[in-house]
Design a binder for this molecule. Structure first.
Ligand code: NAI
Length: 302
């Protein structure tokens, strides 16, 4: 597997600090030309300043790399289109998109204003949608693309006070599942990364000794693999403190019960068997999962 990025052009959103900054620096150090995007607002998404992205660009350039700053909000499709055009005008292509920009508006669900729900969905989900749509035609035309969505354990497994964030992060997994299928014929590979790192987003949540091992740099190897030429496709990689895992959405073998009058009672009695995870699999697509149900029904008729 080559983790060399010479000749490649990458866009990293939200790369003015935290994980995005570490991703941008690592891609540039390995030869990529990097468009460093960041709105430069607060963790809640308020305000904005171009200095964060420019500081990362300055660091890359000082180290001998090539980089450009961009201050677009990923929530603005026209600004995102202009951002992608900025990369095309400068370097002629976009090979890698890292959808990393994000905000937090934590509150228990009962107390969460709809505005905070919408704002988080807008940045994480719609931000990634805007960026993917803007790079997609270029990646299809060049028959090459690597897209990484930044998901979260909060979406995959849930976290108190993060209904908005968890929903947005799991939505990115759904986006990845379909884009990875649609992009395959053009060698566009789409994957998810669920990081754990000490950044301003996790400030105050964990004790200092734990924060010390959770460096953004310890997540970066997973990003480099998912953005590389030999990247997998349709993977959910988890990374934190130098530990790497893969998460899967699996399907149990299940049980065909038919549709007789007492099927609800049979199902209630058989629930343990329906949810038994031994022999569970990862379906190749949503259609494949539906086919599994039909296959069992057809087999029962024979
Ligand atoms: P961070 O707050 O340092 O980085 C997020 C960056 O996104 C900021 O620099 C911010 O200015 C930028 N941003 C926010 N809204 C934007 C917008 N509309 N347009 C462009 N840029 C915007 O936090 P961190 O931790 O580095 O987060 C990076 C990504 O990793 C986020 O998607 C976050 O949800 C995700 N994540 C982080 C985890 C962690 O443990 N730190 C855990 C799971 C996921």
């Amino acid at each position: 597997m080559t983790l060399e990025f010479s000749g490649r052009v990458a866009i990293v959103t939200g790369a003015g600090g935290g994980l995005g900054r570490a991703h941008a620096l690592a891609l540039a150090a390995r030869g990529a030309k990097v468009l460093v995007n960041d709105l430069g607002g607060t963790t809640a998404g308020d305000g904005g300043s171009p200095t964060a992205a420019q500081a990362v660009v300055d660091q890359i350039v000082a180290a001998g790399g090539q980089a450009l700053a961009n201050g677009a909000s990923v929530t603005d499709p026209a600004a995102v289109a202009a951002m992608v055009q900025q990369a095309i005008d400068a370097w002629g292509r976009v090979d890698i998109l890292v959808n990393n920009a994000g905000i937090l508006r934590d509150k228990s669900f009962a107390k969460m204003p709809l505005e905070d729900f919408r704002a988080v969905i807008d940045v994480h989900l719609m931000g990634a949608v805007h960026c993917c749509q803007a790079v997609w035609p270029h990646m299809v035309a060049q028959k090459y693309g690597r897209i990484v969505m930044t998901t979260s354990s909060s979406g995959l497994f849930g976290n108190f006070g993060q209904a908005n964030y968890g929903a947005a992060k799991m939505a990115l997994v759904g986006l990845m599942q379909t884009l990875s299928i649609e992009g395959a014929k053009s060698d566009i590979r789409v994957n998810c990364l669920a990081p754990t790192a000490a950044t301003r987003m996790t400030e105050g949540l964990l004790p200092p000794p734990v924060l010390a091992v959770l460096t953004p740099e310890a997540v970066v190897p997973a990003l480099l693999v998912l953005a590389s030429q030999d990247a997998p496709n349709r993977t959910i990689a988890c990374a934190g403190a130098g530990t790497f895992e893969a998460a899967h959405i699996t399907l149990t073998t299940g049980l065909h019960l038919g549709s007789g009058p007492d099927t609800p009672e049979q199902l209630a009695a058989a629930w343990a068997q329906v949810s038994d995870r031994s022999g569970s699999q990862v379906p190749a697509s949503g259609a494949a999962q539906g086919q599994n149900e039909v296959t069992q029904a057809m087999a029962a008729r024979r």
